[in-house]
Write a protein that binds this ligand. Structure first.
Ligand SMILES: [Zn+2]
Length: 59
């Protein structure tokens, strides 16, 4: 598990949010969740989803 923002490996578990494991990046203090996109999406869509999530656009 890497931080989606700075790609650091230094992440710690930060409880659960809406039934999903939440993490906290130690380097940048970013809070993020595991598997931000549904698993049913294709790899390409997932990449796009992550990209959009990082841009704060969401769906
Ligand atoms: Zn980070």
């Amino acid at each position: 598990m890497n931080c989606p923002d700075c790609q650091s490996h230094k992440v710690v578990k930060n409880g659960h949010r809406q039934g999903k494991q939440s993490y906290l990046g130690r380097e940048c203090s970013l809070q993020f969740r595991e598997n931000p996109c549904p698993k049913s999406y294709s790899t390409e869509v997932k990449k796009l989803c992550v990209k959009m999530s990082l841009n704060g656009m969401g769906f």
